[in-house]
Design a protein around this ligand. Structure first.
Ligand SMILES: *Cc1c(COP(=O)(O)O)cnc(C)c1O
Length: 370
């Protein structure tokens, strides 16, 4: 699809190439169009703006993209294509919205579910032979575990088994699940792709025309379309994804090392650190280790909360993938009570690394027990 590397396609994809037209496709605010034409109604046929965003995101994964009003809308469309009675293999801790959707379908008797340890590759290989859908999320919340995607996606499968990968944390720059053999990739473009914490958007990408048609039809029926302004802003944000990821990953590696060496941090989880259990797996196939890390400060859980509140530069907020750094204590999130009580998950942004570090040293000092 795109002859360019993803880093270049982010900048050049999804543009007008017609003389006299603006370089950027404008937000088209429209529900309907004059007849007769192939484009009738934007929930069915999209607009020039959503076409541009789909071309941009599709080119990053070398497939055909469909964009959605949120990452959850994208995930729901993939899951709800499963016929009643299907068997699903999923990670133990997928994104909590996705986990809720899976648990709901299970409770309704819609499907049966096996929950697998992210790093238990043999269990995933077995699942490929028995499940109707293998749903992977890698790297995954909140321990930033990494699945061996190239091995699992290429494994022999039961007839009709679909492998889907939620690649949100990695972005299309760090891994290419369709190249490894996955059928469909999904992104919450709310996160790194949009990159500015100012919109909700989702995307799925596939190389199968059949699956594309099916997901397109399901999006239409579910009414899961993206708005014009969000589509425009997602393109606008994505233009700098390469630059942002380069800086954020560099900051994440540096912070992970400094935190690991700090006497008041019990544990740091970042796949770029040799101490991370999945470091070797990640190093084998990922182009970068991403900008998400978790750590546990010494002391009780309340100290972790106090630390989040004492940070001045790093925002105490949920979600991830913005140009600004954010962090939160995960055990305080509903449904995440199994998480170690002091675990803080951080989405590392693009601020100056020494400013970030001085924010940490000051807040650690301020929350130290006398
Ligand atoms: C945020 C997120 C989602 C859901 O996306 P929304 O855009 O919030 O609907 C799904 N998967 C992962 C890994 C996420 O981080």
């Amino acid at each position: 699809m795109s002859e360019w590397s993803p880093a270049t396609w982010l900048i050049t994809g999804g543009r007008n190439r017609t003389s006299g037209e603006p370089l950027n496709v404008a937000p088209v605010f429209a529900s309907n169009f004059y007849l007769p034409d192939d484009r009738l109604y934007s929930r069915s046929n999209g607009t020039a703006t959503t076409d541009a965003l789909e071309s941009l995101i599709g080119g990053l994964e070398n497939g055909r993209a469909l964009v959605f009003g949120s990452g959850m809308a994208a995930a729901a469309v993939i899951l709800h294509r499963l016929p009643v009675g299907s068997h699903l293999a999923v990670p133990e801790e997928p994104y909590h919205g996705v986990a809720g959707l899976i648990a709901e379908g299970e409770a309704q008797g819609r499907w049966t579910v096996s929950r697998l340890d992210q790093s238990d590759t043999p269990a995933w290989l077995d699942a490929c032979r028995t499940a109707d859908m293998v749903w992977l999320e890698s790297p995954e919340n909140p321990l930033i575990t990494v699945a061996d995607l190239p091995t699992i996606c290429a494994a022999p499968r039961k007839d009709g088994c679909i492998v889907a990968v939620d690649s949100t944390f990695a972005t299309p720059l760090n891994q290419q699940p369709l190249d490894y053999g996955a059928d469909v990739v999904m992104h919450s473009a709310t996160k790194f792709i949009g990159g500015h914490s100012d919109l909700l958007a989702g995307a799925v990408i596939t190389r199968s025309d059949e699956l594309y048609d099916e997901l397109h039809q399901r999006r239409l029926l579910n009414g899961a379309s993206i708005g014009a302004m969000e589509a425009f802003l997602t393109i606008r944000g994505a233009r700098t994804l390469g630059l942002r990821m380069e800086r954020a990953q560099h900051n994440a590696m540096e912070l992970a090392q400094r935190l690991e060496a700090h006497g008041e941090i019990d544990r740091v989880l970042y796949p770029g650190l040799p101490s991370h259990p999945d470091h070797d797996v990640a190093a084998r196939f990922m182009a970068g280790f991403g900008a998400m890390l978790s750590f546990e400060p010494t002391g009780p859980g309340q100290r972790a909360t106090a630390l989040c509140e004492r940070m001045e530069l790093v925002h105490h907020a949920t979600s991830l993938g913005g140009i600004e750094s954010t962090m939160e204590r995960r055990a305080t999130i509903v449904g995440q009570e199994r998480i170690p009580p002091s675990l803080i998950r951080m989405s590392v942004g693009c601020e100056d690394i020494d400013d970030l570090w001085s924010d940490f040293t000051r807040a650690l000092e301020a929350t130290r027990r006398p």
